[in-house]
Write a protein that binds this ligand. Structure first.
Ligand SMILES: [Zn+2]
Length: 82
């Protein structure tokens, strides 16, 4: 298809792959298998585990909900410790 409008999915995969230093094909393969890169776990996590975020251009949070919870817990622990 030519003359297509801006494709956010393709742009996201290209940018995501560049950020991770992997081939865009590998990024596409993970997406196709139902995975998204999780910035919290620094690995591929199931897409169902990510919160939807309308305010982000990707439409998804940058980390899965498990990572968000772990981060919150760690943050609370540190606050109590200090
Ligand atoms: Zn995760």
């Amino acid at each position: 298809m030519t003359g297509r409008a801006f494709d956010p999915m393709a742009a996201r995969q290209k940018q995501g792959a560049a950020r991770l230093g992997i081939a865009v094909e590998e990024y596409r393969r993970q997406n196709a298998a139902g995975f998204e890169w999780c910035s919290g776990h620094q690995r591929w996590c199931r897409r169902e585990g990510f919160y939807r975020r309308a305010d982000r251009w990707t439409g998804l949070d940058s980390q899965c909900s498990d990572a968000s919870r772990e981060y919150a817990r760690e943050y609370q622990r540190r606050r109590r410790a200090s």
